[in-house]
Design a protein. Structure first.
Length: 143
């Protein structure tokens, strides 16, 4: 999660919403990214999608079995859907998102009983630090 926090901090410096993500397999970081929606002029350039795409290229496979995705904010519906489609084994996130979170806050797409893949989910890891990064970023934007 510390590496994901570093990616989130770098995203904030670039003016992006500070969310960072990494994908790990066998103890090795395969991919890392921060949000890049503004830089890419792409509303889908969330940190989670960036690392999923990068890991798929690295493995040469659309199925990321054996992988854990760490992200500083509870995934939205788009990102949660991509995690399910990519067959990520485990998702670990930091701050809860009571406005758009799909790992237990607003809904729970990651563990939906009708879907054919349900990753293990752990939320609230380094939650205070992840949340503080977002709060500071948005307070600065508002002032």
């Amino acid at each position: 999660m510390r590496i994901a926090l570093d990616e989130a901090a770098e995203a904030a410096v670039a003016g992006e919403v500070p969310v960072g993500a990494i994908i790990v397999r066998d103890g090795e970081v395969m991919a890392r990214a921060g949000n890049a929606m503004i830089a890419a002029v792409d509303p889908t350039a969330h940190a989670e999608l960036m690392v999923i795409k990068a890991a798929a290229v690295i493995t040469g496979d659309t199925r990321l079995t054996g992988c854990t995705l760490y992200v500083t904010l509870e995934p939205c519906a788009m990102c949660a859907g991509a995690m399910v489609l990519a067959r990520v084994d485990r998702v670990v996130f930091g701050a809860w998102d009571n406005k758009a979170g799909m790992a237990g806050s607003v809904g729970d797409l990651l563990r939906h009983q009708q879907l054919n893949h349900r990753p293990e989910v752990q939320g609230g890891v380094c939650a205070d630090e992840c949340s503080a990064l977002l709060t500071t970023f948005f307070q600065a934007k508002r002032s």
